[in-house]
Design a protein around this ligand. Structure first.
Ligand SMILES: [Fe+2]
Length: 214
C-alpha cells in the first residue's frame, strides 16, 4: 500500500537573521525568469505541456548572496531534517542543487508538477499568501497532470518562516499560480539525502538536463 503523504513543519522565524525576508526578496527579484522545459523522468505534467514559466535563483547565487541560508542548509536545517525523519540525513555534496530559490511573480507562473528524486526535501517559505501559491501534493502516486493531483490532495499554504520537510518521491506535487498580479512567491528548496537513499541515486538524466552534464 502506498504511504500516506505527511510532512513536518518547523517555525524557524526566530532563528533567521533580521531583515531576512527583504534580503531574499532582493535576490529573488534578479531570478532567472523564463519558460523552463519539462523535467525528464520526474515531470508529471500533461503531455501537451512543454514548458512552465517561473523564476529560479541558482545555487551559486544563493551561496554568494545569502550565505546564512547556505550555512543553515548544512547546519541548523540539516539537524531539523534529521529530527523529522529519525534517520541520519546528509546535505547534497554537489553545490549545484543544494539550495535554490523558486520564484513566482504575477499570476502566470507556477511550479512544474513532478515527483522528487531525493528522499527528503526541505522548503523554507519566504512569503505569505492567504490565497494562491499553495503547494499541492497528490495522494495518488499515478496522478499524471495537475487536474489529477487536484482531485485528491493535501494542500499546504505558504507561511513565511515555516520550514517543512517531506518525502515526495511517490506524491506528484506542484505550486499553484498566485491570484494577485502584484504578488511574488519565494521558496527556498533544499535537497537532502539519507544513508539508505544517498546522493548517488540522483538520476544522471537530471544533471544532463539541468547542467549539461555528460
Ligand atoms: Fe519537488
Amino acid at each position: 500500500m502506498q504511504a500516506r503523504f505527511r510532512w513536518t513543519t518547523f517555525d524557524v522565524t526566530g532563528s533567521l537573521p533580521p531583515g531576512w525576508q527583504q534580503e531574499i526578496a532582493a535576490v529573488a527579484a534578479d531570478a532567472d525568469f523564463r519558460e523552463f522545459p519539462r523535467t525528464p523522468v520526474l515531470s508529471r505534467e500533461a503531455p501537451s505541456v512543454d514548458s512552465i514559466p517561473r523564476g529560479r535563483v541558482h545555487a551559486d547565487q544563493v551561496r554568494d548572496r545569502l550565505p546564512w541560508l547556505y550555512e543553515a542548509y548544512r547546519g541548523e536545517f540539516l539537524e531539523l531534517a534529521g529530527e523529522a525523519v529519525q534517520e541520519s540525513v546528509l546535505p547534497a555534496r554537489d553545490d549545484r542543487y543544494g539550495v535554490v530559490l523558486n520564484v513566482q511573480q504575477g499570476t502566470s507562473m507556477r511550479f512544474e508538477c513532478h515527483v522528487d528524486s531525493n528522499p527528503l526535501t526541505g522548503l523554507l517559505f519566504c512569503t505569505d499568501h492567504p490565497v494562491g501559491g499553495e503547494l499541492v501534493f497528490a495522494h495518488d502516486a499515478t496522478a499524471a497532470d495537475i487536474d489529477a493531483v487536484e482531485r485528491d490532495c493535501s494542500v499546504i499554504r505558504p507561511h513565511a518562516g515555516h520550514l517543512i520537510f517531506f518525502d515526495a518521491r511517490g506524491h506528484p506535487h506542484y505550486a499553484r499560480p498566485l491570484t494577485a498580479a502584484s504578488g511574488m512567491r519565494i521558496v527556498a528548496v533544499m535537497n537532502f539525502y539519507t544513508e539508505s537513499f544517498p546522493e548517488s541515486t540522483r538520476p544522471s538524466e537530471l544533471n544532463r538536463h539541468l547542467y549539461g552534464d555528460r
